[in-house]
Design a protein around this ligand. Structure first.
Ligand code: NAG
Length: 686
């Protein structure tokens, strides 16, 4: 006796495409949504996770990846974020190796392909989730739902909230996690596949599913939730357990109360799924003001969320219709379970809302949406209008996706787009300011940094950057105020201590400056720039030995610190230690052979030591590397002048004066030479 559950496809007015075509359509449309992100820059977190991540370079042994976090720091270190995603890092490393450098295109292409693959896979997943069960004396088998699964997969493929995962390269973690999560789920379903003999159970597929789940976990921690999901699937479809009794046993009422604090954030997450219009790369730092009293109208959102959720949960648990019960429970399961690690229920996480954590939960949303659509189709008379409306929603989403992924292509657009979504988020203003400053637009950056500090008066990084710019614009007093405040708030902020030192140095408060530099070095052991600045302070104070030691320290920590080398050579030269200056110069050029400023400094020293030939060669090499430096030509002219090669001296004085007519000393030297040449001519004529 065969008995078949109703299947969503009975009610739905929607296309029936052969499976092959359905997959092609989903692949194409998901590609269309995000294809334009392929040539985007590395933006936002990409610089920390990719460009500055030493785990991508060949020097780092592959084995180390297992002991490092997502950003390449040791997991055991205090500064580690403890996010463990070695397989994702491995794929970055392969991308880097194949491209032979930091070219973002390859990284983006892989992300786009991953999303397309996942979207196509969703057809199979939804077929299982939305399909009905068929009972016969041979056991149960799934009655797949190709029409509704196509709709749900399309909804998933075009959801704009996915832009962050696809267009942002670090979103790879979520994509890979989702991919293996789904493969694990499909493997689990396969383990309990029915064949002609009835119910079978394949331990091999369970094993495959567990391994795939573990891989998902090594791509992103969220992957662990596959265990919960498989358990729900197991309970519902395979063992038909009544969840209500189970939950009653597990949950105490006060535990629910505990969660209330975070509920507003949950409702915002839900809102992002329903209406992905406001998207932002960062939702933290004041973006969403806390609800402080019950009279806050936003309580409505919370109430609405629970009203809907409780409604759905009741239906899922108590409905007469077993098919409905199962679809709703699986929909809610996919919506809620992958979200649990981000919910703050079990452990505190560092963010309130992040679009990328909704990648997997959006599967649940697609299930519920499709189910709702099938219910409406069953009742409505105008099925065509309903189908057109859904098509309209899909189309709007496609457009939203392409627009949003174009914003993800450059940091400037990404950060600016956030200004209207999260005007209260200090981090948004900070990032817009930082982007402007990096591009050299300091005066525009000031405005944004000020706003960031105004919104978050304890934002030490904004203070440090603002202080730094003000320092360069010689607004020293305000710079000092900001930097002092920053180190007061965060006493181990080394960069702020160094900048404060530079300001105090400029204000001629040398003792305080020295103190600040040493404090900076105390908090950051390897700080070559700080040693460099310390050296300049000692040089100003005529403490030559200390200055040389400090610069030496800078070059020990950073052998290519050209400024420190140059300062050493010049100081030794000016104090008459020509032999030492020459030795340091040669040592420096050995380490950075293509640095023309070092060639120039050493050439000057050699000229003074009357090693004219070698000096000339170095001057010429420096000029070849940097032909438009007036001083290079001027000093070479002086060399020829002294050496007695007057024609070449004249030529280079003239080039130098052409490049910089005001260069000190050159004019006088040139006039001296001209008089000498005239006298020689008179003598020759006589
Ligand atoms: C240079 O580094 C050494 C070793 O770290 C340290 O003891 C010394 O004080 C430093 N000197 C200067 C002037 O930076």
């Amino acid at each position: 006796m065969a008995q078949t559950e109703p299947n969503l496809d009975h009610d739905i007015s929607w296309f029936l495409l052969p499976s092959y075509w359905a997959k092609m359509v989903v692949a194409l449309i998901s590609f269309l949504c995000f294809a334009n992100s392929y040539d985007g820059d590395f933006v936002f977190d990409d610089s920390e996770a990719i460009i500055n991540n030493k785990d991508l370079r060949a020097e780092t042994p592959l084995g180390d990846l297992w002991y490092h976090d997502f950003w390449g720091s040791k997991l055991s270190s205090n500064t580690s974020h403890k996010s463990y995603r070695p397989l994702t890092v491995l794929t970055f490393r392969i991308n880097y190796l194949l491209a032979g450098g930091f070219y973002p295109v390859g990284f983006h292409v892989i992300n786009i392909i991953l999303h397309c693959t996942i979207s196509v896979l969703m057809i199979d997943v939804f077929s299982i989730l939305l399909g009905g069960l068929q009972f016969s004396n041979k056991g149960r088998r799934l009655n797949l739902a190709p029409k509704s699964s196509l709709l749900a997969a399309l909804l998933f493929a075009v959801h704009p909230v996915h832009t962050e995962c696809v267009a942002g390269i670090v979103g790879r973690a979520d994509l890979l996690c989702a991919l293996f999560f789904l493969l694990s789920f499909l493997g689990y379903c396969k383990a309990f596949r029915e064949n002609k003999e009835g119910h079978t159970f394949s331990i091999l597929w369970v094993l495959v599913s567990v391994i795939l789940g573990a891989i998902a976990m090594l791509c992103k921690e969220q992957g662990i939730t596959i265990l919960g999901l498989n358990a729900v699937f197991d309970a519902l479809v395979i063992n038909k357990i009544n969840l209500l009794e189970l939950i009653q046993k597990l949950l105490h009422k006060d535990k629910l109360l505990e969660a209330i604090n975070y509920n507003y954030y949950y409702s915002l997450n839900a809102w992002l799924l329903l209406c992905p219009w406001w998207l932002c790369f960062d939702w933290s730092m004041g973006c969403i003001p806390l609800i402080k009293s019950v009279s806050d109208w936003r309580i409505i959102a919370l109430a609405a969320l629970w009203f809907c959720l409780i409604g759905l949960i009741c239906q899922a648990l108590c409905s007469e219709d077993s098919h409905k019960r199962r679809i709703l429970t699986l929909g809610l399961g996919f919506l809620i379970i992958p979200f649990l690690p981000a919910s703050n229920l079990f452990f505190r996480v560092g963010f309130v809302i992040a679009e990328r954590v909704i990648y997997l939960p959006s599967i649940g949303y697609c299930i519920l949406f499709t189910y709702g659509f099938s219910l409406l189709s069953k009742q409505a008379k105008k099925k065509k209008i309903l189908a057109v409306a859904v098509l309209g929603i899909l189309l709007i989403n496609v457009m939203r996706c392409t627009f949003r992924s174009s914003q993800w292509r450059s940091e400037e657009q990404l950060f600016r787009s956030a200004l209207s979504v999260c005007p209260l988020n200090a981090k948004v203003h900070y990032n817009v300011g930082k982007n402007l400053a990096d591009k050299g637009n300091q005066s525009a950056a000031i405005k944004y940094y000020r706003e960031a500090v105004r919104l978050n008066p304890k934002y030490v990084h904004a203070m440090n950057n603002l202080g730094n710019i003000l320092k360069e614009r010689n607004e020293l007093h305000e710079a000092e105020e900001l930097l002092s405040l920053a180190v007061q708030i965060q006493p181990d902020f080394a960069a702020a201590w160094m900048n404060l030192g530079i300001v105090q140095n400029s204000l001629r408060r040398f003792e305080e400056a020295e103190q600040s530099y040493w404090t900076a070095i105390k908090h950051r052991k390897k700080y070559p720039d700080c040693y460099y600045n310390l050296g300049r302070l000692y040089a100003d104070l005529n403490r030559h030995i200390d200055a040389l030691n400090a610069w030496r320290n800078a070059t020990v920590l950073k052998p290519e610190h050209s400024l420190a080398w140059n300062n050493m050579i010049i100081l030794l030269d000016n104090t008459g230690n020509l032999a030492q200056a020459e030795a340091v110069g040669r040592e420096a050029l050995e380490l950075i052979p293509n640095d023309h400023s070092l060639m120039f400094s050493l050439a000057n020293v050699l000229g003074k030591s009357q090693k004219y030939k070698e000096s000339e060669a170095l001057f010429l090499k420096a000029i070849k590397a940097n032909p438009n430096a007036a001083s290079y030509h001027g000093n070479l002219a002086v060399l020829y002048h002294r050496w007695g090669n007057l024609d070449l001296a004249k030529k280079h004085y003239e080039v130098s004066l052409k490049l910089d007519p005001m260069a000190p000393g050159t004019k006088e030297n040139y006039n001296l030479l001209r008089r000498k040449l005239e006298q020689l001519q008179k003598k020759g004529g006589a």
